[in-house]
Design a protein around this ligand. Structure first.
Ligand SMILES: Nc1ncnc2c1ncn2[C@@H]1O[C@H](COP(=O)(O)OP(=O)(O)OP(=O)(O)O)[C@@H](O)[C@H]1O
Ligand SMILES: [Mg+2]
Length: 264
C-alpha cells in the first residue's frame, strides 16, 4: 500500500468544547489508484486531507492513530514527522490541489515566478533556462495554449479553468506518488470540469501517481475513482469499488447521497 491511515482521530479544541472532525478513520490507497472520498459539507474531508500534508494546525490536533506512507526507500510515519522533514515530502512525494486556486496562487506574483520557485524547492540544481523549459512542458501537458506567454502573467489575468490547470501543472512538476485533489472542479463549469478530470486521468497514467479525489458530488467522484470511501460525520461509513458503491450501496447515507446526485 502506498498510504495507510490507521484509526486516525483529529479533534478541534476550544475553551468550551471539543469536536472530533475525523473519528477513527482507517483507509488505504494503493500506488496509482484513484480513491474517491465523498461526503456532505462538514463531514471532515478537508480536515482529513490536511493531515496527509502535515497541515493539521492548532486548534486542531491528531489525537490518535497513524498515517503511514510507503516510499521506495522505506516507510514514513507521517503522524510523527517534524516540520523540517515535511518539507522533503510536501510537493515532492505528496502534492495537493485546492478547490479555489486563487487561494493557493499568490495574486501579487507572476505565474512564471511562482512556478520557478516551486521547481527550485526540490530541484535547486536546475539552471533557469532548464527550469523554464520544465515549467513550459508542464503547462503544455495540462492543455494550456502558448504556455510561454503565460509565464509573465498574473493569476487574475487567467480564467478559473486556466488557473486550475496552472495549479495542477505546479502540483505535479515533481511527479509525486500521491496527489490530493480537494474539490478540484467544484468551482468550474461542466465542460472545463470534464477537461480537468481528463487531465488528471492522463497524468495519473503518465507518472503513475495515486489520487485522493475529494468531492461532495458522488457523480463526479464516480466518473473518475477506482474505489470510493463515503464519509459521514467524521467517519468512513462505507468503502468499495466504484461500481459496487454506485450500483449496490449498503449504507443508508450512501443511498441518500446517490438519490441526491442528479446523474443517477
Ligand atoms: N479551524 C476550525 N476550527 C474549528 N472547527 C473546524 C475548523 N475547521 C473545520 N472545523 C470543523 O471540522 C469539521 C469538518 O470540516 P471539513 O472542512 O473537513 O469539512 P468538509 O467535509 O471538507 O466540508 P466541505 O465539503 O464543505 O468542504 C466541521 O464540523 C467543521 O466545523
Ligand atoms: Mg472541504
Amino acid at each position: 500500500m502506498l498510504l495507510s491511515l490507521d484509526n486516525l482521530t483529529i479533534s478541534f479544541k476550544s475553551e468550551t468544547e471539543s469536536l472530533q472532525a475525523v473519528k477513527g478513520v482507517s483507509l488505504q490507497i494503493a500506488s496509482s489508484e484513484i480513491l474517491g472520498l465523498v461526503g456532505e459539507s462538514g463531514s471532515g474531508k478537508t480536515v482529513l486531507a490536511s493531515s496527509l500534508l502535515g497541515m493539521v494546525e492548532s486548534p486542531s490536533r491528531i489525537e490518535s492513530g497513524n498515517i503511514i506512507f510507503n516510499l521506495s526507500t522505506g516507510s514514513v510515519f507521517l503522524t510523527k514527522l517534524p516540520e523540517r522533514s515535511w518539507q522533503d515530502i510536501r510537493g515532492k512525494h505528496i502534492s495537493m490541489i485546492f478547490q479555489d486556486p486563487m487561494n493557493a496562487l499568490n495574486p501579487a506574483r507572476t505565474i512564471g515566478s511562482q512556478f520557478l520557485e516551486a521547481i527550485h524547492i526540490h530541484k535547486p540544481q536546475l539552471d533557469r533556462a532548464n527550469a523554464v523549459r520544465l515549467a513550459v512542458d508542464m503547462l503544455d501537458r495540462v492543455w494550456l495554449n502558448k504556455p510561454v506567454d503565460l509565464l509573465p502573467r498574473y493569476p487574475f489575468e487567467l480564467s478559473g479553468g486556466m488557473r486550475q490547470r496552472v495549479m495542477i501543472a505546479m502540483a505535479l512538476v515533481h511527479e509525486p506518488q500521491l496527489l490530493i485533489a480537494d474539490e478540484p472542479t467544484t468551482a468550474l463549469d461542466v465542460t472545463v470540469q470534464a477537461q480537468i478530470l481528463d487531465i488528471l486521468l492522463d497524468l495519473r497514467q503518465r507518472i503513475n501517481m495515486a489520487i485522493l479525489f475529494i468531492s461532495h458530488d458522488l457523480a463526479v467522484v464516480g466518473s473518475i475513482a477506482d474505489r470510493i470511501a463515503v464519509m459521514h460525520d467524521g467517519e468512513i461509513v462505507e468503502t468499495g469499488q466504484t461500481s459496487d458503491i454506485l450500483e449496490n450501496p449498503q449504507h443508508e447515507y450512501t443511498k441518500k447521497l446517490l438519490w441526491a446526485a442528479p446523474s443517477f
